[in-house]
Design a protein around this ligand. Structure first.
Ligand SMILES: *Cc1c(COP(=O)(O)O)cnc(C)c1O
Length: 379
C-alpha cells in the first residue's frame, strides 16, 4: 500500500467535515430547503472576499469564471492589457482573443512580478484601455503580482476595470477586494476553499456592473446579470451545484472559526517554512521575487529534471505535488501549502523531497531541510 498525500496547487485536500456534509442525500435547488444554504454561502463568500459586492457562485472550474469575466464586461475590439507572467497569464490572453478583444500584453519574465509602473505607463499611453487582467498569484511560477498597486491605479479611471484571477491566491493571501478597488475577483473551489473542483466564484464591483450594461461580447451560460438576479433570490440561473455548495458552507464555517487573520498567518507560516527548508537543502526558489503563500516553486538542481522529482515524489512516496507547466516544464517543481494544510503537510513535503533528491544522486544531508522547517513551524 502507498498512502497518498495531496500537496498540489489544486485540487487540494478536502476536510472530513466537508466530505461528510457532501455525503448527505441531495436536495432540490428550487426547493425551500436550499434557500438558507445559498444565503449562507453567499454571505460567507462576501466575508472571505472582504467585499460588500455580489459574489456569484457558478458551476464550472475557475477558467469558466475567467471566461465569464471577459464576455460579460467587454465588447469585441475593446483594448485591454494582460499581464502575462506565466501559464495563467497566457490564458487571459487566449480568452480575451477568443472574444475578439484587442490585447496588449505586458510580458513579465517567468519567476518575476509585474512592475506596476509598466501597467501605469501603458494606461497613460492609451487612455481608452477598457480593462487590465492579472493573476493575484501566477500558480505556474509561484509569484504574486502587486494587485493592491494595480487597484490604486484604477481608482480615477471610470471606464477601466481591473480583473483579478485570484483562483490560487484567495484564502492564502489577504485580498481586500473593496478597499483595494479590485473590480472583478475570481476564485475556484478546488484551491484555497478546500472543496473538490466544480465551483467558481466571481465578485463584481458597481463599476464593473455598469460595463456589463453595454458589453456586447456573446454570452449564454455565463450571463452574470441573470446570475445576479437569481442570487438575489438565493438561487442560481441554472441548476445549482447543490452538493458542492453544502460543502462550501462547511469550509466557510471552518475558516470563520479560525478567523481571517489567522488563516492568512497560517499560510504565511507554512510558506515561509517551506521556502527556508528548500533553501537549507541547497535549492533555489524559482520565484525570484514576491513568492506566493499558496505554492512554492523550486528550481530543479543542475542535472536533475524537475519532472523526475515530481514523479519520484508520487511514485515512491505517494506525494502528489506538481511539476512545471508550459515552457517551465522540467525546470522546476512545485509544492502547495494551500487550503486544508498545516504543519505536517510541510514536514511531509520536505522529508519526501530530501529522500527523492538523495535517490536521484543529489548530495543532500537527510533531515537538514526538515529541521529548519521544524524550527520555523514551532514558532
Ligand atoms: C488553477 C488555476 C486556474 C484554472 O482553474 P481551473 O479550475 O483548472 O479552470 C486559473 N488560474 C490560476 C491562477 C490557477 O491557479
Amino acid at each position: 500500500m502507498l498512502k497518498r498525500y495531496l500537496l498540489a496547487p489544486g485540487p487540494t485536500p478536502v476536510p472530513p467535515e466537508a466530505m461528510m456534509a457532501m455525503a448527505m442525500p441531495i436536495i432540490h435547488h428550487r426547493a425551500p430547503d436550499f434557500i438558507p444554504v445559498l444565503d449562507s454561502a453567499k454571505n460567507g463568500l462576501k466575508w472571505l472576499y472582504q467585499t460588500k459586492n455580489d459574489v456569484l457562485i457558478l458551476c464550472s472550474t475557475g477558467t469558466g469564471g475567467m471566461v465569464g469575466s471577459v464576455n460579460n464586461f467587454f465588447s469585441p475590439g475593446d483594448k485591454v492589457i494582460v499581464v502575462n507572467g506565466g501559464k495563467f497569464g497566457e490564458r487571459w490572453t487566449k480568452i480575451c482573443q477568443a472574444y475578439g478583444l484587442d490585447v496588449r500584453e505586458i510580458i513579465v519574465e517567468w519567476g518575476y512580478a509585474v512592475r506596476p509602473e509598466k501597467v501605469e505607463d501603458a494606461l497613460k499611453k492609451e487612455p481608452d484601455i477598457k480593462g487590465v487582467f492579472v493573476q493575484a498569484t501566477e500558480t505556474s511560477t509561484g509569484v504574486s503580482h502587486d494587485i493592491k498597486a494595480l487597484g490604486e491605479m484604477m481608482k480615477g479611471r471610470e471606464d477601466t476595470i481591473l480583473v483579478v484571477d485570484a483562483i490560487s491566491a484567495l484564502v492564502a493571501h489577504d485580498i481586500k477586494t473593496d478597499e483595494w478597488g479590485l473590480d472583478v475577483v475570481i476564485a475556484g473551489s478546488q484551491k484555497g476553499v478546500m472543496l473538490p473542483p466544480g465551483l467558481t466564484f466571481v465578485s463584481i464591483s458597481d463599476k464593473a456592473w455598469k460595463k456589463a450594461d453595454t458589453a456586447k461580447a456573446p454570452r449564454f451560460y455565463f450571463n452574470f446579470k441573470k446570475e445576479r438576479e437569481a442570487l438575489a433570490k438565493n438561487q442560481t440561473n441554472f441548476t445549482s451545484a447543490v452538493t458542492l455548495i453544502i460543502g462550501l458552507n462547511e469550509c466557510l464555517k471552518m475558516l470563520q472559526s479560525e478567523g481571517l487573520e489567522n488563516v492568512f498567518q497560517r499560510h504565511a507560516r507554512l510558506a515561509t517554512a517551506t521556502r527556508e527548508a528548500v533553501k537549507a537543502i541547497g535549492l533555489d526558489l524559482y520565484s525570484k521575487e514576491s513568492p506566493s503563500n499558496s505554492v512554492t516553486a523550486v528550481l530543479a538542481p543542475k542535472g536533475i529534471d524537475g519532472q523526475e522529482i515530481y514523479k519520484h515524489l508520487r511514485e515512491k512516496y505517494g506525494i502528489t505535488a506538481a511539476g512545471g507547466q508550459g515552457s517551465a516544464k522540467g525546470k522546476l517543481f512545485r509544492i502547495a501549502h494551500l487550503g486544508y494544510a498545516d504543519t505536517f503537510d510541510v514536514i511531509t513535503a520536505i522529508a519526501g523531497l530530501e529522500m527523492v533528491l538523495k535517490g536521484l544522486g543529489y548530495p543532500v544531508k537527510l533531515g537538514r531541510g526538515v529541521s529548519v522547517a521544524q524550527e520555523l513551524l514551532m514558532r
